[in-house]
Design a binder for this molecule. Structure first.
Ligand code: FE2
Ligand code: FE2
Length: 264
């Protein structure tokens, strides 16, 4: 069984195969992670945003499309996929924590180092173990079809960490649309802030925080944990409830208004 890392695009089933698509993202992630140590706090924020936009939709589409297929076709698929789901879960929890820690603090650096190490471990587990197993069981055409399905989900998936929602369908599929709208609104808001928003800075900062809180509230809605394996389950906060829906509506409406004004 050869690692995906050692195989050419042709051996992986062509550029549209799910294996080639996975490898391209992993190579780009490696490039971004290698840049992190040489950056100051401002530039680091911009690169972290790029990493989040690459990593979270990528992993979400793995959990929604690829791992269910592996569980169906491999006798030990449950064990193999649970291992990477645990890695994904820890990355989600650590990045959520990272957002609440002060730039420049020792604790933040330690959490960031752990995130980087886990991302590298996740790539190795997938390229050396999971994806070659998938390659042994599927035809070239099936790898191509799976690549299209994975890419379609990746393009509309949430772009931020969501440790509370299920790492498995149907909970993660149910959560995808509202979380993706909130995350992508927050990405645009944060990108404006990083370019220097001037007088619009404080309201945009408040909007970004509101979108973050709204997405965490959506995570707590009923149904978002359905399908979860007990090993990746984390506790709900005591503030769970339908009030999340109201916060969601207000936050999305505010985001649309502010971003439309900025565009004019
Ligand atoms: Fe991957
Ligand atoms: Fe992954």
């Amino acid at each position: 069984m050869r690692s995906v890392a050692e195989q050419s695009v042709a051996e992986l089933g062509g550029p549209a195969s799910v294996l080639s698509r996975q490898k391209r993202d992993h190579v780009e992630l490696d490039r971004l992670l290698n840049r992190l140590p040489e950056l100051g706090p401002d530039a680091e924020g911009a690169v972290l945003l790029q990493i989040y936009r690459l990593v979270f939709p990528h992993a979400f589409a793995e959990e929604a499309v690829l791992w269910p297929v592996m569980r169906r076709i491999l006798p030990d698929g449950h064990q193999l996929t649970l291992q990477v789901e645990l890695e994904h879960q820890e990355i989600n929890a650590l990045v959520t924590r990272l957002e609440s820690l002060h730039a420049g603090s020792l604790e933040r650096q330690q959490v960031l180092d752990r995130v980087v190490a886990l991302l590298r471990t996740d790539v190795r587990d997938e390229e050396d173990e999971l994806l070659p197993r998938l390659q042994m069981r599927l035809t070239r055409k099936q790898l191509w079809l799976l690549g299209i399905a994975w890419e379609a989900v990746r393009r509309v998936a949430p772009t931020r960490p969501h440790p509370i929602v299920a790492r498995r369908p149907p909970g993660n599929v149910l959560a995808a649309l509202p979380l993706s709208i909130l995350d992508r609104g927050r990405d645009r808001t944060d990108a404006f802030l990083q370019r220097g928003a001037g007088a619009a800075g404080p309201p945009l900062q408040a909007l970004s925080s509101a979108l973050r809180r709204a997405s965490h509230a959506v995570e707590e809605l009923p149904g978002m944990k359905r399908g979860e394996d007990p090993a990746t389950r984390v506790g709900r906060s005591s503030r769970a409830g339908w009030g999340a829906a109201a916060i969601l509506t207000i936050a999305v409406g505010s985001a649309a208004v502010v971003l439309a004004r900025r565009r004019r």
